[in-house]
Design a protein around this ligand. Structure first.
Ligand code: NAD
Length: 244
């Protein structure tokens, strides 16, 4: 198929929550958005809503990542923007984190970022242009308890941003992280994380619950052509809960 005239964005984990809000924001800015998620039906529903393309994708599977990135290149001819948003968001005290759970969280939150970024930077490098945004978390700043594996994966995500900025800059690719505070996504609202609002909201400078659309504009800015002078950075988007 001919190369898409619209810029193309791949957003992982975009069937719900923050990823779906980012996908909608990028579509509203005129991008063709590939809504990729392990939940294929959910991805299709979001894609239908925003005029995007749905892909069923488990980011921790090397085979699936290779296939889906190949399909996007065949079908749309380009990938201008990658948002690494897919993640497991567990809440488990340290003593109860089994090695199996540790490995599962690492495989989605760290291996998944490696696999998708590695495949997509090959495409962006050939084009000489790219914008990558990793969705990290302010738990890495706050050192939030009861999710040590999760916090460690978000540190890895930020570490990758810092390390890759120098290697990708000469290829015309920027890479940054957005670190949200607690956000009322489907994942948070359906888990014990929902109780976190009770003590976090009073610590925020803006005293209301964050929602997915509070995060999306920061991601869209870093994904835009205007942000070409910003790379290797982490933007904390948490209503002033943490201040670094
Ligand atoms: N909600 C918060 O409070 C909060 C705060 C800071 C950072 N974050 C980060 O924001 C991102 C989105 O969080 P959310 O709260 O919207 O999550 P969520 O649980 O509501 O949605 C996560 C999405 O990722 C998908 N997913 C899970 N495993 C996958 C896999 N292996 N491959 C592909 N897709 C997969 C799920 O199907 C789901 O659609 C995550 O990176 C999370 O760590 C969230």
């Amino acid at each position: 198929m001919a190369k898409s005239e619209q810029r193309v964005a791949l957003v992982t984990g975009a069937a719900q929550g923050i990823g779906a809000a980012i996908a909608a924001e990028l579509a509203a800015e005129g991008l063709k958005v590939v809504v990729a998620d392990i939940n294929g039906d959910g991805a299709q529903a979001v894609a239908d809503r925003i005029g995007g393309v749905a892909k069923t994708l488990d980011v921790s599977s090397p085979e699936q990542v290779s296939t889906v990135v190949g399909e996007i290149v065949d079908e749309l001819g380009r990938i201008d923007v990658l948002v690494n948003n897919a993640a497991l968001v567990p809440l488990t005290p340290w003593a109860e984190i089994s090695f199996e759970e540790w490995r599962r969280v690492m495989s989605v939150n760290v291996d998944g970022v490696y696999l998708v970024t590695h495949a997509v930077t090959a495409v962006m490098g050939e084009a000489g242009y790219g914008r990558i945004v990793n969705i990290a978390s302010n738990t890495f700043v706050a050192g939030t308890p009861n999710c040590a594996h999760y916090v460690a994966t978000k540190g890895a995500s930020i570490g990758l941003v810092r390390a890759l900025a120098g290697e990708l800059g000469p290829l015309g690719i920027t890479i940054n992280a957005v670190a949200p505070g607690i956000i009322a996504s489907e994942g948070v609202l359906s888990s014990a994380h929902q109780h976190g609002f009770d003590y976090v909201v009073p610590m925020q400078a803006i005293n209301r619950r964050g929602v997915p659309s509070d995060v999306a504009p920061a991601v869209a800015f870093l994904a835009s052509e205007k942000a070409e002078w910003i790379t290797g950075q982490t933007l904390v988007v948490d209503a002033g809960h943490t201040r670094n």
